[in-house]
Design a protein around this ligand. Sequence first.
Ligand SMILES: [Zn+2]
Length: 358
Amino acid sequence: MRFFASSFAQAEDIFCHAAACAGVDTCFFPHQHVRGRGGRSIGIRTARLGGPDARKCVVTLSATHGPEGYAGSAVQAACLAAGMALPDDTALVFVHGVNAFGFEYDSATNEDNVDLNRNFVSHREHRLLTPADEDVQALLTPVEMSEDFLNSLQSRLTGLSEKYGYTAVANAVTGGQYQRADGIGFGGTTQAWSNLVLRQLMSESLQRAEEVIFIDFHVGLGDYGEPFIMSFDAPDSAAHARALEVWGSAVACGGEGFSAADRRPDYSGLLVNGLAEELPQSAEVMRIVAEFGTFDNFSMLGALVIDRWLRYEAPTPLSAGAGILKRKMINCYHPDDDSWRQGVLKDGVDIVQKAALL
Ligand SMILES: [Zn+2]
């Protein structure tokens, strides 16, 4: 079976077919506010392997960042098709197409330019932008786009780091912000549609679980073709210790595995943290973000900048140059490279299998 799709619609077909092969139904939660290409209905799909009363559930999620879903969706379909042997008390819950709009239209953010992985905050506080945030947003939201500009990002950010310090700039670039709706890393001002649907899904389907492992699949961090697993449990927690035990050196937390100043940015509003809030108090939880590396950090930042530029500044219809930039951006999330894809499938299925057997 082929697992990598070339559109969200095709990814949904592959996912549904793999579920049918595994003998399970899928559920569809149509988006209430947006339609797909040609007016088609788009939304989140789920499938479940294993009984409704399973003591332990491994929840995998794909497409939190739109086109990163090509990889996550392929891994989910491959897991369904693999005929994976599960312990009696264990279920796999597959959540496909978290950011349905972004997967459909090739954008890491949702219909409101919200980064869903920064949206799981209370939204009651109004965090103001710091001077470093203001300067970073000004840099990353250009009206004109060019290769020269993209190539200058590293040196310009280095300049800002000299002014504000590395940590302030790293947080301004990737930590999340809640003020500038047309900016980079916008976490929204309210719970996004996907957030509400996911919370409801988790509270309904995991109420009887005593142990839950969340694995949110992403693309972009880490070495090319290699898995990069981030544990979002406290470094001194049992869950983090178990993640290290199972996935070993691929696991990063806090100071490990990050380049430059070797510190993970202070991400706010992470999806895996938000979903954990929906579990029964007594449930043990493990929070994993599983990345597959593609290109270097500045290329990936360039992809975000292009993505935002295409939404707000690019000519419509797209000029030839803008079309080239769009393909370059998509290739960062969905490399046109069979060996990369084969590696993702092998490692991705292995990550889920190990979580199920843990
Ligand atoms: Zn991502």
